[in-house]
Design a protein around this ligand. Sequence first.
Ligand SMILES: [Zn+2]
Length: 121
Amino acid sequence: MRILPSATKNGFRDTVFGYANLPAYASVYYDRAVLLARSENVEFELPIILGFAMAHELGHLLLGSNSHSDTGIMRAQWDRKAVQSALMGRQLFTLEQAGAMRENLRARRAATAIGGVASYR
Ligand SMILES: [Zn+2]
């Protein structure tokens, strides 16, 4: 996980908050998290907003690039209502997403244990 100071033109854009390069690493943009916190007048919540951006991109590493959902951490669009909900701890991974991430981690661990290369989505 990388925290970049600002967005770069990289061709891997996901949301305005960052992107994931499957299967290895993800990046979030610090300045975008700051702008969102300021626009919502919750600058003191910047660590939480940055944490949600990081969780979203880590979700992509474990769920794949086409893993957006209508609700929760993997939503594609973060509007004001979603941010407020996130700050109240109500933006989570769905049960299906959580199960898929656990399965992905199990597959990676198994591939590493036998010295092979894991196949990722
Ligand atoms: Zn995304």
